[in-house]
Design a protein. Sequence first.
Length: 286
Amino acid sequence: MSVRSASVAAPAKINLFLRVLRRRDDGFHDLETLFQMLELSDDVRVTVDAEGASDLTLAVHGADVGPERENLAWRAAEAYVGRFGPVGSIDIGLFKRIPAGAGLGGGSSDAAAVLRLLERLAPPGARPTSSEELADVAVGLGSDVPFFLCGGALALGRGRGERLRPLDPLPSRSVVVALPPVQVSTAAAYVKLAEARADEASGTPRRKRGNDEVSPKTWQAADRLTANDFEPGIIGRHPEVRRSLEALSAAGASPVLLSGSGAASFGLFHDESVARRVAEELEARL
């Protein structure tokens, strides 16, 4: 059969820590972050007709994520074909559960899922010859996309986030994610961070830590690392985010942190029943 179809879950992520280091010559910043996957996920389905015309369609069910040609899943399919050659017609279905623009990596995870599915479904002549080739395509789509291709639930990211070191997973914990109704611009978050550092007159790039310092084996070690360089500027600009963080802390979550550049915040709990109760209470209040 020329028509093949497959689907996969595209999980969300949080950043257990996020440090912004020096600004590079290419305009990007070096980062140091610890990625952690969540159970929360989108569903991504790709259908390829190897004998069809070389066209691309995208249907999104759930959250509105804007124009289809700006969608990372669409761009991932275009980038795949541009790198590895035509595969026929491609139809993508996104079933969204991860909030868009929240710092939870939903768009990046969708893009990685499309790359994985096309690798599986494409004709033999249009497949990468190595995982490194596919990772190169992922880097061009966004800093978080390579993490979702690395195959691990926990990974240390450096560079733009694409230099990854998968780590042994930590024990399962319950996570409550709070998402206030505000839009946070990543570009604006970098501007606020630069302004804050200029005011501090530090001018000194933050020190990169050794691998032993950022490869936690326990949650207690991970808790000691938690920090997000974007958080002070974001909560100063968006009081709704500050209230989310305060509410999670007051409910007993530890650690509590902004994810990525926001607007989502998260808190970790050891007891799932407590986490569910807190989630219901915060949903009614925030």
